[in-house]
Design a protein around this ligand. Structure first.
Ligand code: HEM
Length: 431
């Protein structure tokens, strides 16, 4: 007979999860001595899972599905309705292949070049400012690059509002009541705006190049050969723009890690393996995406526990990246743990686990890595800056977590570009 799944002592865990999104699940799996426990989230019975074995379980598509898994407040802000995140089986495979077709090496290079051009232009302006909030600046840099890359026409006068709207879809959108309301309004505005381009493109009224991501999505057909509704197409375009802007969070963490571990500057600049390890360790170490949602597809048993059909499931992303069974001293920042690392698709899951297709792993992971590498190169070999006195503690109660002062830099200057991307060995932060 199946064992009873351990229960969390509190009746509904929603408030505690919102207050401690990165620690809620791992604290309870540790306390209960089990990789799975039951609680209620938004009053619904929910199973919480943590650890690499549990991650491998969640990516078993015979046992879990995504349709109807994401709670309504997350759907109406972060993801939108009708997007790839909530699809299963053939509908998912087809949509995901289309999205992955936008992530070719050539398109990735184009996005990186557009972003670096924006970095360069913004950094020139920073040299005349006494103080620059890196997180805020990066959002605009990436919003401009993302729209140009995706083929979404963005007039100069719209940049501020568009950046604010794209950021509000993920920044505090499900934690604070006003963040939620702001994000819902932003999503409605953005979807209307982009759906307009989709319609114009289909009727040939607008001369947007059809081989742009916007053009590809506008012409995409589902498994029954139907075009996506303009609003659903807009949701998929936003599935590209929003996370590109969110890469600003990781870039801030790169800067935070360089500042906190100055001994890594020279190593990162001189050693390609250390450079790659640093980027991976930033993705493993820092809290970002907290949980992944799914639903049990059919009754089954795992580790002697009964999983019942339709039950909602949360997989702990941060706790799995810090699971001591997979990582030595997981709370220490150690980029060299990646030297000779045997890749495990269920131990390092900052952007999901398993495979890209037919799985649900992040479609933009390669793109994210390339953006991070280019940004790290810029930070160590092109930019010189001070890190003035500020609160650098990571606020883990906000979603996504960030340094409390959003990483302020001052006395910015530009160094001559290094002849080779990694040949420079200068440590460039003065603080
Ligand atoms: C900012 C850094 C990023 C993080 C932390 C991140 C994280 C994630 C996570 C945790 C998932 C869910 C995986 C799952 O449900 O199993 C996901 C899915 C997804 N991501 Fe990312 N992501 C990032 C950047 C990007 C970028 C740059 C893009 C595209 C340009 C992107 C596009 C997507 C899409 C389309 C999905 C849905 C995949 C599916 O359901 O099949 N992400 N991401």
């Amino acid at each position: 007979m199946a064992k009873r799944i351990p229960r969390d002592s509190c009746f509904d865990g929603t408030r505690t999860l919102v207050r401690d999104p990165y620690g809620f699940i791992a604290a309870r799996t540790r306390r209960l001595g089990s990789d799975v426990f039951e609680t209620r989230i938004l009053l619904r019975r929910t199973l919480c899972l943590s650890g690499p074995q549990a991650a491998a379980l969640l990516y078993d598509r015979e046992r879990f599905r995504r349709r109807g898994a994401t709670p309504a407040p997350v759907r109406s802000t972060l993801f939108g309705k009708g997007g790839v995140q909530g699809l299963d089986d053939e509908a998912h495979r087809r949509r995901k292949q289309m999205l992955l077709s936008l992530m070719t090496p050539e398109r990735t290079r184009t996005l990186v070049e557009l972003s670096m051009r924006q970095w360069e232009g913004a950094a020139r302006q920073w040299t005349t400012s006494s103080r620059v909030v890196l997180y805020d600046e990066l959002q605009e840099i990436l919003a401009r690059a993302a729209c140009a890359w995706a083929g979404v026409p963005l007039a100069e006068a719209q940049v501020r509002e568009c950046t604010r709207d794209l950021a509000s879809l993920y920044d505090e959108s499900v934690v604070l009541p006003w963040g939620y309301l702001r994000a819902r309004r932003a999503r409605r505005r953005l979807e209307r705006w982009i759906a307009g381009f989709v319609k114009e493109l289909r009727t040939g009224r607008r001369g947007v190049a059809t081989d742009t991501p916007l053009g590809v999505i506008a012409r995409h057909t589902d498994e029954r050969g139907r075009l996506l509704a303009p609003r659903a197409a807009a949701v998929e375009v936003l599935n590209l723009l929003r996370p590109i802007v969110a890469v600003s969070v990781y870039i801030v963490f790169l800067a935070h890690a360089l500042h906190g571990h100055p001994e890594w500057r020279a190593r990162v600049a001189g050693d390609p393996a250390a450079f790659d390890g640093f980027v991976q360790e930033v993705r493993r170490f820092y809290p970002f995406f907290p949980v992944i949602f799914a639903r049990v597809r059919r009754d089954f048993e795992w580790q002697g526990f009964a999983f019942r059909r339709r039950r909602r499931v949360l997989l702990d992303v941060y706790g799995t990246n810090h699971d001591p069974r997979a990582w030595d001293a997981p709370e220490e920042f150690r980029p060299d743990r990646f030297a000779g690392w045997r890749e495990d698709p269920f131990a390092l899951i900052p952007q999901g686990g398993g495979d890209n297709c037919p799985g649900h792993r992040c479609a933009g992971e390669g793109l994210t890595l390339e953006l991070l590498k280019a940004s790290l190169r810029f930070l160590i070999s092109r930019l010189q800056y001070d890190v003035p006195n500020q609160d650098l503690r990571i606020d883990r109660a906000r979603l996504p977590a960030l340094p409390r002062d959003r990483f302020v830099v001052s006395r910015v200057s530009l160094l001559e570009p290094a002849p080779q991307p990694l040949a420079a060995t200068h440590g460039t932060a003065r603080a």
